[in-house]
Design a protein around this ligand. Structure first.
Ligand SMILES: [Zn+2]
Length: 141
């Protein structure tokens, strides 16, 4: 245990003042894994396989550089940019999953303003007035 504690302390000292891991790095690791899995069958084609391997190595290099970087503000900016780009997609995915799990309600999207209206299921054919723009939405609940 003493040896492992010394290794842990040495690693903590090494990483002190460095950026570490974040969501962008994790997404890059997932991309690296996906590229690796794609490159396995494609490596039979000589040029494609080497390009994918080069891209994989480059992405590993980027991940390591970001992790060990001491320019924390810049790395945070990159991560914030990434989160602003991926945020709406993850939110839409989360909403979709939540709507599928909700068996009590039916969701209608207004064609005029894209507002989402939630109504109880099992009420037959209904006419909903959009609370945002006032347009009528017809549907079966
Ligand atoms: Zn509307």
């Amino acid at each position: 245990m003493r040896f492992l504690d010394r290794v842990r302390n040495a690693l903590m000292r090494f990483m002190y003042g460095r950026y570490g891991n974040d969501q962008l790095n994790r997404a890059l690791c997932v991309l690296i894994l996906a590229l690796y899995l794609i490159s396995l069958p494609l490596s039979l084609i000589p040029m494609v396989g080497s390009v994918l391997r080069f891209l994989n190595t480059f992405l590993w290099f980027v991940v390591l550089l970001r992790m060990l970087s001491r320019n924390i503000e810049r790395r945070r900016g990159e991560n914030a940019w990434f989160l602003s780009k991926i945020g709406p997609a993850t939110q839409a995915l989360r909403n979709h999953k939540m709507r599928q799990q909700d068996k009590e309600h039916k969701y209608f999207t207004c064609k005029n303003c894209s507002a989402v209206c939630r109504v109880p299921r099992g009420r037959g054919k209904i006419i909903i007035t959009c609370p945002k723009c006032g347009r009528e939405i017809r549907g079966k609940s």
